[in-house]
Design a protein around this ligand. Structure first.
Ligand code: PLP
Length: 359
């Protein structure tokens, strides 16, 4: 193993971590990151090679998301991507009292988007599958709605919103449709079951997809992609040395190099293998837990499981005392089966859970 990876592990790393949407970066990403650690994409003229890396990375991501000609940039993560998408929709709209409609399951980055841009954020309720209720969205939309947000892989449950139906509402109301696939963007394209959630759905204008989550790149690497160049241009600012479309000015090129390196190294087959193994362990975990009477809130769509548990807080505390890092979200015990989790870890976790559920 690469010596840098050993350093990372010595620093506790992700042992018994079931709460994170991040994981060990792939060794090829780590190597590229180190090699380009000095680079600054805030001045692409100084680092044209990295600027070209970024364009290549966006083309590959666009290809996974149904539009190889998409444009965009490598952000610091899903939060920046979501804020920038809302900002783009606001700059494009010209509406004086704009609002956006997001699912109740939306990530808190949309609250930050509200604070930065001044848009009102309306929350639409969810249906029994914990995906957004399209009728609720339809009721909240009015002539001042500039953007509708759909989530492809919610933070708490990994649920996928009905993007084609949201696209229809967006088209009918002339609103921008942003898909937050920060987590799911590196899972859904590689699942056996197919979902319509990306640029192939007419009306999807931008997508957030994070290489630093299931993409196995280094932190910070997010991706913000736009179908139309004019939408990306909406967030451009002229500097005295170039045109900037990012939120940050000075920004590292290292994670851009890391992202391209791992994208090219793993490719479709590599990511499919990663996702297949995560899903195998997810299904194993659900089946074994059912054996002692513990069930998920929804059958997992991706590698996120939220278990319904009586005595949740007590069990969570005891699991934490045994060294497990888990989350309590939406009244459930939520775990994410990332690539650093192996079968032995899952079986150890299940043993502990079984013991604690019986107490
Ligand atoms: N969107 C979704 C669906 C997420 O799950 C997350 C993080 O968990 C984010 C956005 C924010 O990503 P980041 O923490 O990289 O800013």
């Amino acid at each position: 193993m690469h010596e840098t990876m050993e350093l990372t592990r010595a620093n506790r790393g992700y042992d018994r971590v079931l709460s994170s949407m991040c994981t060990y970066p792939h060794p090829v990403a780590v190597r590229a990151h180190i090699e380009y650690i000095h680079t600054n994409l805030g001045d692409p003229n100084l680092f044209p090679e990295i600027a070209a890396f970024e364009r290549r990375a966006i083309t590959i991501l666009g290809g996974y998301l149904g539009a190889a000609d998409a444009v965009g940039y490598i952000t610091s993560g899903g939060t920046e991507s979501n804020i920038q998408a809302v900002r783009a929709s606001k700059l494009l709209s010209g509406t004086r009292k704009p609002n956006i409609v997001v699912p109740e399951s939306a990530h808190q980055s949309f609250e930050k988007a509200r604070d930065f841009t001044g848009v009102e954020v309306r929350q639409a309720s969810l249906d029994e599958r914990h995906a957004v209720d399209v009728n609720a969205v339809d009721e909240l939309v009015d002539e001042n709605t500039i953007c509708i947000v759909g989530i492809a892989g919610t933070t708490a449950l990994g649920a996928i919103d009905p993007i084609p139906a949201l696209a229809q509402v967006a088209r009918e109301n002339d609103a921008f449709l942003h898909v937050d696939a920060a987590f799911g963007g590196f899972v859904i394209p590689f699942l056996e079951k197919k979902y319509r959630f990306d640029f192939r759905v007419g009306g999807v204008r931008s997508i957030a997809v994070d290489p630093h989550k299931m993409g196995m790149s280094t932190i910070p690497s997010g991706g913000l992609l736009f179908k139309r160049p004019a939408d990306f241009d909406a967030i451009s600012t002229n500097t005295f040395y170039s045109v900037e479309r990012s939120m940050a000015g000075t920004r590292g090129g290292a994670s851009v190099a890391a992202t391209l390196a791992v994208l090219e190294h793993l490719g479709v087959n590599g990511y499919r293998d990663v996702v297949r193994e995560c899903m195998r362990l997810t299904n194993l975990c659900v089946e074994e837990a059912a054996g002692f009477g513990v069930y998920p809130v929804i059958p997992p769509v991706m590698n996120i499981i939220a278990f319904k548990l009586p005595g949740l807080q007590q069990i969570a505390l005891r699991l934490t005392a045994r060294g497990w890092r888990i989350s309590v979200m939406g009244g459930a015990l939520r775990i994410v089966i990332m690539p650093h989790i192996d079968e032995t870890t899952i079986l150890e976790f299940l043993n502990d859970l079984k013991e604690l559920v019986k107490v």
